[in-house]
Design a protein around this ligand. Structure first.
Ligand code: URA
Length: 439
């Protein structure tokens, strides 16, 4: 493989052939192209992009870099869901048991944190004992018994994406639509579900800054999924403030568990989940339209079936909820840094990227590939956009480890930078912006 020549082609803005892309990915996974050349190529793609054909070819090379799962007909309908990445995005933690409770099977493959955004696998691993690597026979048994499972990419499932994802995370080569499409769609194809629903995050805290960029992703993702004969729908949802209240691995799991138990419901989080679920129910032929799909979703939630399913799911993957509660107790030993409103006002903005970066810098995400994370650090945004506050009201709390080298006031300043208050009503945007249903 002439890696330097391959990089030169993309640097010059020329197209790769399907065969050349496949050879590059094969060599990358075999370790015969060093990481500095892989990242040089990623940077060339950042500037010069990939055509639709190249994106399909890259996705195919990713899919075929490892094993592919397929599910027996008796398990249909099968649905897989993926988010393009947001801050406080704990949708999968709710949606898996939620859709499973409606009779859909969800074999899901998730990623770890990327850039300033969190990853479901990191979140699930904050539950002591939770196993994100399951054998295929365990997965099958779990899908039969519980209806949902979430696994990480192992070395034999889409290893190419695992490698490129970590390098993109560490080299700031994440936000290129074709790279995101290849990464997301390859994992969905390899995990074998017949329907795919994508939560396309759009706004200040997302990889897509506006609706046009989000639509461009949705259109490309659907084209690439169609090349593999999969139904793919996209829900474009706002990421102009963190989703729900909590940002950080264990804190997000705690929030999801409280919602599942019926203790506290962040309205934006529930709305995104109910819409994605409704779209999935339509795609797999269980409901006629999104409206009736929503009714089914909400009814399942109210019945308590979703919480029951969530407990079975976590237990089936070895997770201990009592162990999780004990782990949360250890937050006592963390520094708790609070941000209060200085004057009366209305919250105008909670900058999701700044909150995501803060959580990453506290140790909740990675600043270099393979770094270990601290599951407990994070931020809770008590006041969301449009909340009216009085002077002295608590806006947000950060949890930092005792060993963090920054002072409390430095961390408080980072929190304060994310918040702006004003005197006007803030009018938060609707959280679900657009639905592009599979054709
Ligand atoms: N999620 C993924 O799985 N991959 C990306 O590249 C971005 C978000």
């Amino acid at each position: 493989m002439d890696a330097a020549g391959f990089i030169r082609r993309k640097r010059a803005g020329d197209a790769h052939t399907e065969g050349a892309l496949r050879d590059f990915v094969v060599a990358a996974v075999a370790g015969t192209v060093p990481e500095y050349q892989l990242t040089a190529w990623l940077m060339a793609v950042m500037f010069n992009g990939l055509s639709v054909e190249e994106t399909v070819a890259l996705t195919r090379a990713f899919v075929y870099s490892g094993r592919r799962l397929s599910w027996p007909a008796e398990l249909e309908p099968t649905v897989d869901k993926h988010s393009t990445g947001g801050v406080g995005d704990k949708v999968s933690l709710l949606l898996l048991p939620w859709l499973a409770a409606t009779g859909v099977r969800m074999p899901k493959m998730s990623g770890r944190g990327l850039g300033h955004t969190g990853g479901t696998i990191d979140k699930l691993e904050s539950i002591p004992g939770f196993r994100v690597n399951l054998e295929e026979r365990e997965l099958l048994a779990q899908l039969r018994d519980v209806g949902c499972a979430d696994i990480a990419q192992s070395t034999d499932l889409v290893p190419a994406d695992k490698l490129f994802y970590a390098l993109r995370d560490a080299t700031d080569t994440v936000e290129r639509v074709e790279l995101i499409v290849a990464s997301v769609v390859s994992k969905k194809i390899a995990a074998g579900a017949s329907c795919i629903v994508l939560d396309v995050k759009c706004g200040a805290g997302a990889f897509f800054p506006d609706i046009d960029a989000a639509r461009a992703f949705a259109v490309l993702a659907r084209k690439v999924a169609a090349a593999f004969d999969r139904r793919c729908s996209c829900v474009i949802s706002a990421m102009d403030e963190p989703l729900g209240w909590a940002v950080g691995n264990a804190l997000e799991v705690q929030e999801a568990l409280q919602a599942l138990r019926g203790i506290a419901f962040p309205a934006d989080l529930i709305e995104v989940c109910a819409t994605l679920g409704a779209v999935a129910l339509v795609d797999c032929g269980m409901e006629a339209d999104v409206h009736s799909g929503r009714q089914v979703m909400l009814k399942a939630f109210e019945s308590g079936a979703v919480w029951e399913r969530a407990q079975r799911w976590i237990a089936a993957q070895g997770g201990s909820l009592s162990g999780f509660a004990e782990r949360l107790e250890t937050l006592r030993d963390y520094r708790r840094i609070e941000l209060w409103a200085e004057s009366q006002g209305v919250v105008q903005r909670v900058e999701p990227r700044l909150i995501g970066e803060l959580v990453r810098s506290l140790g909740g995400g990675r600043l270099r590939a393979g770094a270990t994370i601290d599951p407990l650090v994070g931020v809770v945004c008590h006041a969301k956009v449009d909340a009216a506050c009085n002077a002295g009201d608590l806006l947000a709390t950060a949890y930092a480890s005792a060993g963090d080298s920054r002072s409390d006031s430095e961390i408080r300043n980072a929190l304060a930078a994310a918040y702006s208050l004003g005197s006007e009503k803030a009018d938060p945007a609707a959280v679900v912006l657009e639905v592009l249903q599979a054709g």
